[in-house]
Write a protein that binds this ligand. Structure first.
Ligand code: UD1
Length: 362
């Protein structure tokens, strides 16, 4: 049983679902409904060829406690009905943690894809979800050796597999299909290599008006001379509307984009400005310098390699980091930090071996 619910998980599941099915494992997909807009959910299933979900819990938005409790109840019911041999969860959302907890309590083994990531900042809801999920999962599929080392430091020593990152699989599979400029931006007159792509949606940036205002001030300095394309996340849109804060001149705002449109934009950007976890990796994989509007990152390899800089939410730091990122540079040659594009096949092969051996011992 594969459990997904939020946008980044659909991208990861596109890779694993294909690999699991290639390996001959029967898969039941459960969508928790955490993300429900067409542009945040369905478009990914359609564009990336993910089989349509078998069940949708329809939990929608709400507080962390509401979402977690609704997913726990829904998954428990489905586990009783479907009786899967294993559950697969992804990343660090409420859907990940609640899905893993429901399964672990019913003694169903849990595989955690993207295990061992740590920001070491427990103020992030995602960090709580990562730690909880890793400590109840049976198999930990790590993107990097660094992630595996984090688990060992927390006393988790069994079931660790360094597989590479399934997002590398997705970038390698889909980036050739990404057409620039995306049709939704046909009128924007974007020149390849002469604009910035930005995203901003993390709770710590959007729900704190001082930080959000400071981020907008930083962007204003960049967008005065370089177009900044900004697909606005629904969370940020509602915060902007509530607060009366405005996007600066020179920002080209769109709704949430599909995976292929996002890849096309990122690939052709002079630099990427983000607070997303996955986009930091995608920037590295596409060879585009990245500036991350956070105080720490789980993906430290991208910073150590010189391809990513942490600016926090300070306006001056954001403007300075983006200016530095846009300079043709002395960055290290990129090495395959996040695997070779076959992470999902490794996960599927491991799952098949585990499922086969557990059946043969019954
Ligand atoms: C989740 C994850 C976060 C991930 C993010 C990706 C947790 C704790 N956090 O945050 O790690 O980076 O998704 O987007 O699980 N909304 C819509 N339509 C939708 C989805 C959301 O309008 O399809 C609105 C909701 O009403 C809500 C806000 O956007 O106000 C929440 O969005 P988002 O930050 O994506 O979702 P989370 O579930 O909080």
């Amino acid at each position: 049983m594969t459990i997904v619910g939020a946008r980044p998980q659909f991208i990861k599941a596109a890779a694993t679902s294909a690999a699991v099915r290639r390996a001959g494992i029967s898969e039941v997909i459960v969508h928790t409904g955490q993300h429900y807009d067409q542009s945040m959910s369905e478009v990914f299933f359609n564009q990336m060829g993910i089989p349509h979900e078998d069940y949708n819990l329809g939990v929608g938005s709400g507080s962390h406690a509401y979402m977690t409790a609704a997913i726990l109840q829904g998954i428990e019911r489905l586990l009783e009905e479907v009786r899967p041999d294993a559950v697969l969860v992804f990343g660090d959302t409420n859907s990940t943690m609640a899905g893993a907890l429901a399964a672990a309590k019913m003694h169903v083994p849990v595989g955690h894809v993207e295990a061992g990531m740590r920001s070491f900042n427990r103020l992030m809801p995602e960090e709580i979800n990562r730690v909880m999920t890793d400590h109840i999962a049976t198999w930990h599929y790590c993107s990097t050796q660094n992630a595996a080392d984090n688990l060992v430091r927390e006393g988790i020593t069994s079931g660790i597999e360094v597989t590479g990152d399934v997002m590398t699989d997705a970038v390698m599979q889909f980036s050739q299909k990404a057409v620039f400029p995306p049709a939704v931006l046909a009128d924007a007159d974007l020149q390849a290599g002469r604009f910035i792509t930005m995203t901003c949606h993390r709770a710590e940036n959007t729900d704190d008006m001082t930080r959000l205002a400071s981020i907008l001030a930083g962007i204003a300095r960049i967008s005065a001379s370089t177009p900044v394309v900004y697909p606005v996340h629904p969370r940020t849109l509602s915060r902007l509307t509530e607060s009366g804060l405005c996007l600066p001149t020179g920002v080209i705002a769109t709704g949430p984009l599909s995976y292929l449109d996002m890849l096309a934009l990122m690939k052709n950007s002079a630099a990427i400005l983000t607070d997303s976890g996955g986009i930091q990796k995608e920037a590295y994989l596409l060879g585009v310098p990245c500036v991350t509007m956070r105080d720490e990152t789980e993906w430290i390899e991208t910073v150590e390699s010189g391809w990513n800089a942490l600016s926090g939410a300070d306006a001056d730091a954001i403007a300075a980091c983006v200016e530095a990122a846009m300079k043709p540079g002395t960055r290290a040659t990129r090495t395959p930090l996040f695997g070779d594009g076959h992470a999902a096949d490794r996960i599927a092969a491991h799952l098949l071996a585990e499922l086969t051996s557990s059946k043969s011992t019954i």
